[in-house]
Design a protein around this ligand. Structure first.
Ligand SMILES: [Zn+2]
Length: 103
């Protein structure tokens, strides 16, 4: 991941917000872990590389900086869309388990 300036985010660009610093925003089944470029907090875990295109942005739950994924050569990012990857509430692989209650 790399830190980006919020001003660089296009108007229609979304940012996934990590509410709980102890819980990655995206959870895949197999792949790499992605950490905040500023503080090293875990943002996404076991994500297949094709999901991690430059449009994937995550606001770190620990330091509140916005990270964007870095695209790497040789990865077919279109494959992720074939799998139905979208961003926001319907994000594939997003952690949507209920949050633990108080206590
Ligand atoms: Zn951070």
């Amino acid at each position: 991941m790399e830190l980006i300036d919020p001003a660089d985010i296009p108007e229609d660009g979304g940012v996934a917000v990590q509410d709980d610093p102890g819980r990655p925003v995206f959870r895949g089944l197999e792949g790499d872990d992605y950490v905040c470029a500023n503080c090293g907090n875990l943002l996404a875990t076991k994500m297949a590389p094709e999901y991690m295109n430059a449009k994937l942005r995550i606001r770190c739950g620990s330091c509140r900086k916005i990270n964007a994924a870095i695209e790497v050569e040789g990865v077919d990012y279109k494959k992720a869309f074939g799998r139905g990857a979208v961003f926001g509430d319907k994000a594939v692989g997003a952690d949507r388990r209920p949050k633990p209650g108080p206590g």
